[in-house]
Design a protein around this ligand. Structure first.
Ligand SMILES: Nc1ncnc2c1ncn2[C@@H]1O[C@H](COP(=O)(O)OP(=O)(O)O)[C@@H](O)[C@H]1O
Ligand SMILES: [Mg+2]
Length: 329
């Protein structure tokens, strides 16, 4: 079987700094492939190389059967790109913007009208198609960008942090469109995100990335199953004391304090919770809440890297993609 994307030792260095380090990945046709990692992990650099926006320092890749470097023109025609783009022209209407992109990508004139209708429908912007983009909200813009990336019916769609800065409701919408694309249009999607819930909800497989390398790659389900544990979150008046006691008396060593709460990873939450409660009571610690959940991708990241994905801020999220886009124009 031919892969949609196959990379071999793909590497990008900025001077002496290795942003993407010897990447070997194979993306199957029709899958949603998630690149999950904190800021600075190398996600945007990776997709920028795969989109031919950035030239690899070394290594090779095949996209839709075309060589990334030698056949970059064919690669470009077969892919769609949705990066955050501050250069969107405010003086155009949504429909005009889509026509412009249809022309840019060589969509046959006879097909443009129908395609644009379909896309406006998909991203639910039919009613606002004649409005100037300057009147659009952030969420509407992102929906238009998503539609725009589809105008030439690409075989692969690249989405770089598709829901950053959007409210929860709009995120839900975007997620729905991405799932729809995969199911109804048989398209391969590569998306980057630092939101674990987004990667979890959308991806068929996830590559967790850190410091330019793939740390682990699997389906979201398998990634979580390998942890073999539940996570108990305790809020109490003396978290540090409770943490020490839990380690000392219950032998539960996988503890950490996150946002003022004690998180404990245990093989079985049902068995451990009454014992934690009892221990707290015996030591006059007042427990405000005690809840358990199955492992999530945040736990997976922590397990493989020893760090929390949330430790980073949202700084520079827009920065580099925008700079790179401008550089190729
Ligand atoms: N044009 C550039 N010049 C120098 N360093 C860069 C450039 N673009 C990105 N980097 C660095 O490369 C690393 C990876 O960046 P990036 O691919 O944007 O990560 P992510 O998208 O995962 O947040 C970061 O440490 C970033 O500072
Ligand atoms: Mg990025």
């Amino acid at each position: 079987m031919q892969y949609a994307i196959q990379t071999h030792q793909l590497t990008k260095k900025y001077n002496n700094y290795t942003a993407v380090d010897s990447l070997d990945i194979s993306v199957e046709r029709g899958e949603v492939f998630g690149l999950l990692g904190p800021n600075g992990a190398g996600k945007t650099t990776t997709v920028s190389m795969l989109c031919t926006i950035l030239k690899p320092t070394s290594g090779t890749a095949t996209i839709n059967g075309f060589d990334l470097v030698r056949q970059s023109h064919s690669v470009r025609k077969s892919i769609g790109i949705v990066f955050q783009d501050p250069s969107i022209d405010d003086r155009l209407t949504a429909r005009e913007n889509l026509y412009m992109h249809a022309n840019l990508y060589g969509v046959p004139a006879a097909e443009q009208k129908e395609r644009i209708e379909r896309i406006l429908k998909l991203v639910e912007l039919e009613d606002r198609a004649e409005s100037l983009l300057r009147t659009y909200s952030g969420g509407m813009r992102r929906r238009l960008e998503l539609g725009r990336g589809l105008i030439h019916y690409p075989q692969i769609l690249f989405l770089d942090e598709p829901t950053v800065g959007l409210d929860p409701q709009t995120r839900d919408h975007i997620w729905k469109y991405i799932r729809e694309l995969k199911e109804t249009h048989d398209i391969t999607v590569v998306l980057t995100t630092h939101y674990m819930d987004e990667a979890d909800r959308l991806s068929d497989r996830i590559a967790i990335m850190d410091h330019g390398k793939i740390v682990v790659l699997n389906t979201p389900q398998k990634l979580k199953e390998t942890l073999e544990g539940d996570v108990i979150t305790v809020r109490a008046n003396d978290i540090q004391l409770l943490s020490d006691l839990v380690v000392k008396w219950l032998g539960l060593t996988k503890t950490r304090i996150v946002d003022g709460a004690l998180e404990i990873t245990v093989p079985n939450a049902k068995a451990a919770m009454p014992r934690i409660m009892e221990l707290a009571t015996q030591n006059n610690i007042y427990v405000e809440s005690l809840i358990s959940r199955g492992p999530n991708l945040e736990d997976v990241f922590l397990h493989y890297t020893g760090r929390s994905i949330r430790e980073d801020s949202t700084r520079e999220l827009y920065g580099f993609a925008a700079v790179q886009r401008r550089a190729i124009k």
